[in-house]
Design a protein around this ligand. Structure first.
Ligand SMILES: [Zn+2]
Length: 278
């Protein structure tokens, strides 16, 4: 799933190409594409695209006081639609502009979770972004400390949760824990000041690195091509210390970490209920 850096760079890319173009019409291509009935999606027709912003992992297509909120989920992509075929492959929705160009939302795979919401006024605080926390790229050290102290979660879960901080997914969570030299299973409420400092710095550095990489590309990267130290590198060498990267595997994903860098050398049992997961 694309995370904050991929979404942010893509929003910038599309703003550069489509910003200022006047919307002619919005066309849902599936029955479930548009998640809202009111306000009408037709409200945005005739208005210029102010730009494409981002909150958490959502894209915000702003047309004055009307905003299309788009969530790509796992396999969704928002791409220039050069062909504009009547029934585009994996097509979910289309925005057609008055110069004849168009943007197409597609979703690969069978999940069918990507979607579009139309919102009036500031989308912040409204569905579907109502429950989102502070964007991970702007959260301050003290805000982060407050969020960590106010909950009792495993660090990796907290980072991915979206309610405390927003925009971090599985890859960034793995990379941030490694960069901060913290166990992904550390309890958020027990982190000391030095650990919070390291975590805050790691969040900023991991996002900055990924964003710099993503900004060099013409289109959103594939997950397998995103550079990282531990994510999906089980069995490989840690680039920091040379230890072997380990994984705790779940049904849908894995938590990857370096024992030397993060857990005092301890290899965690590959079982979520293990008493060794501390
Ligand atoms: Zn290491």
């Amino acid at each position: 799933m694309p995370e904050l850096p991929e979404i942010q760079a893509h929003a910038e890319r599309l703003t550069g190409r489509f910003g200022g173009r006047v919307l002619e019409r919005f066309t849902p291509l599936t029955f479930t594409a548009l998640k809202t009935a009111t306000p009408s999606a037709e409200d945005a027709a005739g208005r210029p695209l102010d730009g494409i912003g981002r909150h958490g992992k959502f894209l915000l297509l702003g047309f004055g006081d009307r905003t299309f909120v788009v969530h790509l989920m796992q396999g969704g992509r928002l791409v220039p639609d050069d062909k504009q075929s009547a029934r585009p492959r994996n097509g979910i929705a289309r925005w057609t502009f008055d110069d004849g160009s168009a943007l197409l939302l597609t979703e690969a795979g069978r999940e069918r979770k990507a979607g579009v919401w139309m919102v009036a006024g500031d989308p912040v605080g409204q569905d579907p972004v109502a429950g989102l926390g502070i964007d991970a790229d702007v959260v301050s050290r003290d805000e982060l400390a407050g969020l960590l102290a106010g909950t009792n979660m495993r660090l990796h879960g907290f980072l991915r949760d979206q309610h405390g901080i927003a925009g971090v997914g599985r890859m960034l969570a793995n990379e941030i824990c490694h960069r901060a030299r913290l166990s992904p299973f550390a309890s958020t409420s027990k982190l000391d000041d030095d650990q919070v400092d390291r975590l805050h710095a790691a969040i900023g550095a991991c996002i900055a690195d990924a964003l710099a990489h993503e900004r060099t590309l013409d289109a959103m990267s594939k997950a397998a091509d995103r550079p990282g130290a531990v994510h999906r590198r089980k069995g490989a060498e840690c680039p920091v210390c040379g230890d072997t990267v380990r994984a705790v595997e779940y049904n849908a994903y894995e938590v990857d970490y370096c024992p030397t860098c993060q857990t005092g050398g301890k290899v965690l049992a590959d079982n979520t209920t293990s008493k060794f997961l501390k």
